[in-house]
Write a protein that binds this ligand. Structure first.
Ligand code: UD1
Length: 422
């Protein structure tokens, strides 16, 4: 397994180009299953999760053509299987995103039931109930969700009692080909849902209200080929900006979308950063200062994202003052904190709230990455505290950050990948 060796105590300065968003790319790849004929996707990030999703639909007979670094053309005309097997789903929960499109287009789908994961139990009951409300017959047996439908799915009114991002996306995709109107209430408002909706509209879908909590979809008989560019990754953007703030440095993120970054930017300003914004760039300047600790509470968009919680926890470990970090989305998303404590962080965890006392005494230590964003937070902390840190199990980070070590190296981070066969 690859590891990162990091020499800390560095101030980060320079420019980082942000990649396309993982959480938009994955549903958009699944959306290609809704149409016979190519869906051409630009700004596709080079990530392990994207490879897994492409491998998954390739295993169903779908044709994938990579044209250059960021362009992928997907053609589902040659599909000959409607099954997402356990071997692939167990490596990536977002595989569940093929359920809605397969069922809507082909009248059947068999998707391995995703298990628990490091950050919590993460059920998919809302995806299943939504599709059942649209007339699907669904049984869960032998570890698989087996869904069938005679004819087209039927439009329905679907109320989610919990805001679910991939649940909203599954129903949104399924509804594009359903008969009649579907109304999703308490829908996820995440920009990645909006990006998927924009892609579907360019494929001929009739959707309104994406980005609000009520999405209305009028089903159409068929979708058509289209081209779409994936929205920039707001979590990657935030990760580099927070890293810069922790180091007292100045970093510009380019090819990004500032308008979808409000909650995070506001917290960075509260931490003492100067922020400058252009059409597709954000500059954070900390002017050599130590950040002030900030309280955060995670919640669905547009509130503070759970996918930025670990990074802000890392900042609070070295910031001035005491902070409270409250996680309301996933029940077990504090695993990175145990590793931070090994580096000298002062953290007390009580249920879903962590109290962090900022300190200047942290030092590098051998640590283990536990999930994607947790891994990023350990890299950030290791880059700014004194001493050497060896981070094990960094395969988590490759799932969702494109060339993270090269991007950090380019802004002055001392980070080296030690590959397993080294
Ligand atoms: C997506 C993101 C992930 C992010 C999360 C929350 C992708 C590929 N992943 O994950 O990066 O951290 O949103 O912003 O986009 N729930 C149920 N039943 C369901 C579905 C969800 O109870 O059927 C619960 C979950 O356990 C969780 C909450 O709803 O507590 C939100 O989860 P959800 O939005 O569905 O997360 P994902 O879509 O899996």
């Amino acid at each position: 397994m690859d590891k990162f060796l990091i020499e800390g105590g560095k101030c980060l300065r320079g420019e980082v180009r942000v990649s396309g968003a993982k959480n938009a790319a994955l549903p958009i790849i699944a959306a290609a299953l809704l149409v016979k004929g190519p869906l051409v996707i630009d700004n596709m990030p080079a990530l392990q999760d994207v490879n897994t999703m492409l491998k998954l639909i390739e295993s169903m007979g779908v044709k994938i053509e990579r044209r250059g670094d960021m362009l992928v053309s997907i053609d589902a005309s040659s599909i000959d299987s409607h099954k997402a097997p356990y071997e692939l789903v167990k490596t990536m929960r977002a595989s569940i995103l093929v359920l809605g499109p397969l069922l809507a287009h082909f009248g059947e789908a068999e998707v391995s039931l995703p298990g628990g994961c490091a950050i919590g139990s993460r059920p998919v009951d809302l995806h299943i109930r939504g599709l059942e409300a649209m007339g699907a017959n669904i049984v869960v047996e032998e570890g698989y969700i087996r869904a069938t439908m005679d004819g087209r799915l039927k439009g329905a009114k679907i109320f989610f009692d919990t805001v679910t991002v991939t649940g909203t996306e599954n129903i949104l995709m399924a509804a594009t080909l359903a008969e009649g109107q579907t109304i999703i209430e308490n829908a996820a408002k995440e920009p990645e849902v909006t990006d998927l909706a924009e892609c579907l509209v360019s494929m001929g879908a009739d959707i309104s209200g994406a980005g609000t909590d009520t999405i209305i979809i009028n089903g159409v008989d068929a979708l058509h080929s289209a081209e779409h560019s994936v929205v920039p990754d707001r979590i990657e953007t935030g990760t580099f900006l927070v890293a810069a703030a922790m180091s007292g440095g100045k970093v510009t993120t380019t090819a990004t979308k500032p308008g979808i970054q409000e909650a995070v930017l506001q917290k960075l300003i509260e931490a003492g950063a100067s922020i400058e914004i252009g059409e597709d760039w954000i500059t954070l300047d900390m002017q050599g200062k130590r950040p002030k600790a900030v309280n955060i509470t995670t919640a669905p968009y547009p509130a503070f994202p759970t996918d930025m919680q670990a990074q802000f926890a890392a900042m609070n470990c070295v910031a001035e003052g005491v902070s409270h970090v409250k996680e309301t989305i996933f029940e077990n998303r504090f695993m990175h904190m145990q590793e931070m404590i090994r580096m000298g962080a002062k953290i007390l965890i009580d249920g879903n709230t962590a109290t962090i006392e900022g300190s200047t005494q942290l030092r590098g230590a051998p640590v283990m990455a536990t999930d994607l964003r947790a891994s990023a937070s350990l890299v950030m902390l290791a880059l700014v505290v004194e001493g050497e840190t060896l981070i094990d199990r960094i395969y988590h980070i490759d799932r969702g950050y494109e060339n993270i070590e090269e991007k950090f190296q380019a802004i002055g981070g001392k980070i080296t990948r030690i590959s397993a066969n080294h």
